[in-house]
Write a protein that binds this ligand. Structure first.
Ligand SMILES: C[S@@+](CC[C@H](N)C(=O)[O-])C[C@H]1O[C@@H](n2cnc3c(N)ncnc32)[C@H](O)[C@@H]1O
Length: 232
């Protein structure tokens, strides 16, 4: 278990069942079984190779009978009554949206979604807020020189995020994370670079306007943080 998966495991609450979509080596369900998760554990993957690897991990931990294995796209084989936690980690934000889009049953308050986009987190937050999910928790974890976003979401509510918050998570939530200053500085540099490139190119006024807007929102957030902490 790397620090990223460890952080996801820390967000898991005891429940009736958990499915780990895109389980790959099955490290998360094996870890949860070893640490007393009480409910059903499902390891699902679209690839035969990764699912075999998950079976091997469970076997070497003596937990083959404790975990159910599903070879399928996303949540296609998951019985909606068997789980209350859905983990989708280590994939692009757009892939995660596709998996959720194809499983309309997860649009129900009884499911807690633990999501960890590797890229395009803004696409995922846009999809969630547009489909009446509320992001309840935002966390940041450092692993191997990268900072990863982890979020938990539940259906049934309205949440408004500004353009910058689609990239970072709600400022009110993410501000509590120790890694937020580093993450926001990296995001600001990325946006500054984008603004410079778009100004030079002069061909995409819509994209330029959006990047400038995000930059301004990030700078305002930095000022608010400085006012609160006396930093910066
Ligand atoms: C990079 S691994 C992530 C493994 C683990 N979840 C983690 O966070 O470290 C991505 C895994 O997702 C699987 N995957 C990709 N698209 C999928 C889909 N639509 N349904 C199920 N699994 C998928 C891949 O086969 C691969 O094993």
């Amino acid at each position: 278990m790397n620090k990223r998966l460890q952080a996801i495991a820390e967000m898991v609450e005891p429940g009736i069942g958990l499915i780990d979509v895109g389980t790959d080596h099955g490290y998360l369900p094996v870890f949860l079984a070893q640490h007393g998760y009480p409910g059903l554990l499902i390891a699902a993957d679209i690839g035969e190779g990764p699912l075999c690897a998950a079976r091997r991990s469970a076997d070497s931990a003596g937990l083959l009978a404790r975990i159910e294995f599903q070879l399928c796209d996303g949540l296609a084989l998951c019985d909606p009554d068997s789980v209350d936690t859905i983990v989708i980690a280590g994939m692009g934000g757009d892939t995660i949206c596709g998996i959720l889009d194809r499983a309309e049953w997860c649009m129900d308050r009884r499911y807690r979604l633990l999501l960890q986009p590797m890229t395009r987190a803004e696409v995922l937050r846009y999809w969630l807020t547009n489909n009446d999910f509320v992001v309840e928790t935002e966390r940041l974890v450092a692993d191997g020189g990268e900072i990863y976003a982890l979020l938990s979401a539940r259906f049934g509510g309205k949440q408004k995020l500004c353009d910058a918050e689609l990239f970072s998570g709600s400022f009110a939530q993410i501000r509590k994370e120790p890694l937020w200053p580093a993450f926001s500085a990296a995001l600001r540099l990325r946006m500054e670079k984008q603004v410079r490139g778009l100004r030079k190119g002069g061909q995409e006024p819509g994209r330029l306007q959006l990047a400038e807007q995000i930059l301004q929102e990030l700078l305002e957030e930095e000022r608010t943080r400085a006012d609160c902490t006396g930093d910066l």
